[in-house]
Design a protein around this ligand. Structure first.
Ligand code: PEP
Length: 254
């Protein structure tokens, strides 16, 4: 199955609006001059930068914009929160849901993430649903069960049609921001396992069509061997996405 690769940059809580826009321009310029493949490119800046970034990129179909999170409720008395309607209104098209830093620091669990998935789809946004095990879960051998529950409890209430709008991202927590990467074989094994789980629940077409990204210390020097694996459809990039040259070098390997 020929799946178009996706390279998404998660800027986390970094960059002011001004710095974010100049980084976007820098990335856009190098992409135009140097990237010859057809990878989808997504930038996920902090909320405050979304609207000005989509305005800056208007007419440029190459770079899409995504939010890093959304609230699980539609609207109401949730001081300080941002809902899917507001994200949609900025012109963003993607939303990262269930990043491990949200699971860890905001205690977001699979059930709550299912609510977020429903709202992103209701507002016509495309979720990038993150899953992955901690170091303790990997060492204890529990990781297969943990991952399978992250997939089934947050996603398997969806119809086949709704499921086909998702992008998934396997991000082993022990590899995020640590410099430690899963080996390409280790990562591909999990991607293949999740694809099989999706096939059992839906059908082979759904399983073969869904794009599953890998995230966790992806850098220009290790991207190629990860992206060459048959079940890895691109990357969710943290640290290296904050440097235009590194990010574009990763895009080129897709
Ligand atoms: C991430 O935060 O999604 C991530 C993969 O970070 P890093 O690339 O820095 O490990």
């Amino acid at each position: 199955m020929n799946r178009t690769k996706i390279i998404a940059g998660n800027w986390k809580m970094n960059t002011t609006v001004e710095r974010g826009l100049s980084l976007t321009k820098e990335i856009e310029g190098i992409v135009k001059d140097e990237v010859t493949n057809d990878a989808e490119i997504i930038l996920c800046p902090p909320f405050v930068t979304l609207a000005s970034m989509t305005r800056l990129l208007q007419g440029n179909s190459r770079i899409q914009v995504g939010a890093q999170n959304c609230h699980q409720k539609e609207r109401g008395a949730y001081t300080g929160s941002i809902n899917c309607e507001m994200i949609k209104d900025t012109g963003a098209t993607y939303v990262i849901v269930g990043h491990s830093e949200r699971r860890q620091y905001a205690h977001e669990g699979n059930g709550l993430l299912a609510e977020k998935i429903d709202l992103t789809l209701k507002y016509g946004l495309k979720p990038i649903y993150c899953f992955g095990e901690t170091q303790v879960e990997r060492k204890s051998g529990e990781f297969v069960k943990v991952i399978s529950r992250q997939i089934s409890e947050s996603l398997f209430h969806l119809s086949q049609e709704a499921f086909s709008k998702l992008v998934l991202a396997y991000e082993p927590v022990w590899a995020i921001g640590t410099g430690e990467t899963a080996t390409p074989e280790q990562a591909n094994e999990i991607h293949a396992m999740v694809r099989e789980q999706i096939k059992q629940k839906y059908d082979i077409n759904t399983a073969e069509r869904v794009r599953i990204l890998y995230g966790g210390s992806v850098k220009p020097n290790n991207a190629q061997e990860l992206f060459q694996q048959p079940d890895i459809d691109g990357g969710l990039i943290g640290g290296a996405a904050l440097d235009a040259r590194s990010f574009v070098e990763i895009i080129k390997q897709a």
